[in-house]
Design a protein around this ligand. Sequence first.
Ligand SMILES: C[S@@+](CC[C@H](N)C(=O)[O-])C[C@H]1O[C@@H](n2cnc3c(N)ncnc32)[C@H](O)[C@@H]1O
Length: 392
Amino acid sequence: MTSLKKWIGEEEQEKGIDWDFPDARREKTNYSSHGVHSYTSKYIPQIPHFLIRKYSQEHDLILDNFVGSGTTLIEAALLNRNSIGVDLNGYPCLISFVKTLILKPDEIKSLKLYLGNIQNYIQSFRSQKNHLSERVNFKELHLDETIASQTFVSRLYSQENLTELLIIKSVINTIESERIRKILTLCLLGILRRVSFLSSNFANDYVPRNKNKKSDVLKEFISEYDDILERLIDFSKKASDKIKIRILNEDTRDLSLNNESVDLIINHPPYISAVPYAEYFKLEMLWLGLVPKELNKKIIGGQRGSNNVVERFNEGMEKTFVEMFRVLKKGKYACVVIGNARVKGKIIESNKDFIEIAKKAGFTFIEDICRNKLDCANAWMKTEHILIFKKE
Ligand SMILES: C[S@@+](CC[C@H](N)C(=O)[O-])C[C@H]1O[C@@H](n2cnc3c(N)ncnc32)[C@H](O)[C@@H]1O
């Protein structure tokens, strides 16, 4: 697996950064643990990579207060910086947590052991299932009935696949180590769609069209496990185990961080309501016991059908910038990546709104870098803005 350093040399640096990153194709954006699990609305690692190099020093503390799947934190770790990631949704917090784990040798051994346990339980279920009544009794098998009883979830699976997913979940729940439990939980979430009746990978397509689809839960789980483990081992080799990475499941408008404690902020807020997070991640959230409806009410850019979505978004961002200003050290920078979304047919110039909001919070505006999103299929979202602010 390569890393950014290998394909963008110092020479390129001297010539200046082309923020369009015309060479950033898939193989150059999903190296190491960036390729663990997918997350709608990720940004490419090249963006935080060069911002970190430009605006911070080794061992500095970097905050991403809209962390999503942890892209900033991975780059921070690979560049020997400490980091904190914040997200209101427990699901991306889990993704970020796993993707930034620096594995210890005994943890790799434990993972193999638990994978063996999972295999044994599934094999044993498979050998007995012919003797079981046609309808699986989840209670009898001590499996999580709350998930099985939700029609939204159960209609997506055959009885057999649902039972096997629940068996894996129940084995994972017995694991004491939070780190091992979370890695295996992410492996489970990674196969939820693959072993369902869904026929596409579109996050908002929940129609169980393909009832004849054949899939093997155990085989998929092992393949997901192998991929994640390989990527985490790669990340663990490249990142220093001296750095600290923390993930906070909290609201960016009310951070638990101390005043003037952070050396650099890099973030990538929602593009107003372009991605309906609670809807897109409903399946994964329900498997985690999270409540998508509650998230939709709280999230910045949520409840996208409501009339005042832009005003509420900007209000949320006002509070966010005030918090960013509070936690950032004097003389340091905040970099915000934003795309101008279309709401009810009208393009909202969030880059301009953010500049005003940031100034009101106390920041000095430094630069608005407009970059072409060369890999983007949406006609109206061909560009995005990297806004640079300073706390004087
Ligand atoms: C555009 S995504 C960030 C993606 C990230 N750059 C990556 O590469 O994965 C924005 C994130 O902001 C989070 N978010 C929205 N409102 C929030 C809030 N009030 N507090 C914390 N996080 C919030 C969403 O859950 C989402 O994960």
